[in-house]
Design a protein around this ligand. Structure first.
Ligand SMILES: Cc1ncc(COP(=O)(O)O)c(C=O)c1O
Length: 417
């Protein structure tokens, strides 16, 4: 045995690690095959994601990434151009008035970029209308950057209150940006962005109106013009069903250009990103090439599926199956029936001594069903999303798995009130 090891060391010593492993493996093709098999088998198992993101996407969207493409390659520049143009079409706004500016990173980066870009270095004041975690995150952007903000908080299970908004906007404070989340994914509440926008335009005509439509764009109707939106933000891996890696802001071009020189963070400067994209067709820094290729395919599939109408219909059906099925199992929703959202639902933890969320979560995950913890502060909840590449049969299967897990945990089915 010792001599065998010595021989092996002598045989391998002149080579670098990489060369050594290649050489050894080439001598034993069956071992090489075995290793490849093991690596493939160790790849994470595909699961169904009933979450706010990352979300499931189609195989063909994932396959669109199987190409290496240079950032200056004509095919890639065409892809960027197609994405920017198509996003404006999805938003139903004209390229004469609006521009789509993609930015590397997750959704948070683009919301933070808009707040930084629209806040002048002197005299900025942001009004944040918040009823959940993503509104609170906007307050963090401001405090981090030293931007003055008026943070107006509303209950997490209620819509932003329009009379409070009106009196704030009528007051003496002048705001440079007014920001609100459309579909507050932390609870499922959908805010009245159109009415808020009308109030902003009426009482503070110079303020930029920012709508975080991260989890609603592409699946819930948004009338950008009638809502007087100046900046609408979403990301690649939400209702348009691309893969994560970049987000985008749909910006009123004239306002965007007026913000030149504001941004305190070089990489988040949307004006600079826009000017560079316009001048060269390229991102300023390494673009998320594979993600953009996937998103191009996702947009084509979105159109093939009937655009916003088709997607809304599928998600509404998913949500209806979930709502009915969970009610039959005895779960209670956080929001009452006056809420019209169909993106994500928060459920109270069942009041039963045998219910334990980590166990419930892991048992579902073992069945390849991934749900999400709650994100409201005042109630014990979990969340189930129904967006992404999910279909009615996926929702039915999830419900069957939930029933099975409840039984395994020793809970009564249906749950008692
Ligand atoms: C409404 C909303 N805003 C912002 C974000 C943050 O996006 P990301 O996690 O991609 O940074 C999310 C994420 O789900 C969201 O739902």
């Amino acid at each position: 045995m010792v001599s065998l090891c010595l021989c092996l060391i002598l045989f391998l010593s002149p080579y670098s690690c990489h060369t050594v492993s290649d050489r050894v493996l080439n001598l034993f093709p069956e071992i090489r095959e075995g290793i490849i098999q093991t690596v493939v088998m160790a790849a994470p198992k595909e699961k169904k994601l009933f979450t706010p993101g990352p979300l499931c996407c189609s195989r063909s969207v994932k396959e669109a990434m199987l190409y290496d493409v240079g950032s200056r390659d004509v095919n890639f520049l065409d892809c960027v151009k197609y994405i920017r143009k198509t996003l404006l079409e999805v938003a139903q706004v004209s390229p004469e008035e609006f521009t789509a500016v993609p930015l590397q990173g997750s959704g948070t980066y683009s919301v933070e970029a808009v707040i930084n870009t629209t806040s002048p270095r002197e005299g900025a004041k942001v009004l944040i209308l918040s009823n959940g975690a993503y509104g609170r995150r906007m307050r963090n952007f401001c405090s981090w950057a030293g931007i003055d903000a008026h943070f107006q908080e509303f209950p997490e299970d209620e819509k932003v209150n329009l009379s409070v908004v009106e009196s704030l906007l009528k007051g003496s404070e002048r705001f440079t940006t007014v920001a609100v989340v459309h579909s507050e994914t932390s609870s499922g509440v959908v805010n009245p962005i159109r009415e808020i926008g009308q109030l902003v335009r009426k009482f503070q005509p110079n303020a930029a109106y920012l709508v975080d439509a991260m989890s609603s764009f592409g699946a819930m109707p948004i009338d950008v013009r009638a809502s007087h939106i100046d900046y609408l933000v979403s990301s690649a891996n939400k209702c348009l069903e691309g893969v994560p890696g970049f987000a985008y802001a749909i910006c009123r071009t004239k306002h965007l250009i007026s913000c030149k020189g504001n941004c305190r963070v070089y990489s988040l400067d949307l004006v600079d990103q826009y000017l560079n994209l316009e001048a060269t067709g390229q991102f300023r820094f390494t673009p998320p090439t594979h993600t953009m290729l996937a998103f191009q395919r996702a947009l084509q599939e979105f159109q093939k599926d009937g655009g916003l109408e088709g997607r809304a219909k599928r998600y509404q059906t998913n949500r209806r199956i979930l709502k009915d099925g969970m009610r039959n199992l005895g779960f209670r929703e956080l929001l009452d029936d006056s809420h019209e959202g169909y993106i994500i639902t928060s459920y109270f933890f069942p009041k039963h001594p045998k219910f334990c969320f980590p166990t419930f979560y892991s048992k579902l995950s073992e069945l390849d069903q991934v749900i999400y913890p709650g994100k409201v502060t005042k109630a014990d909840c979990f969340r189930i999303g129904n967006i992404g590449y999910l279909f009615p049969e996926d929702m039915e299967h999830l419900l069957a798995c939930i029933k099975k897990v409840l039984q395994e945990m020793g809970l009564p089915v249906p749950l008692s009130a």
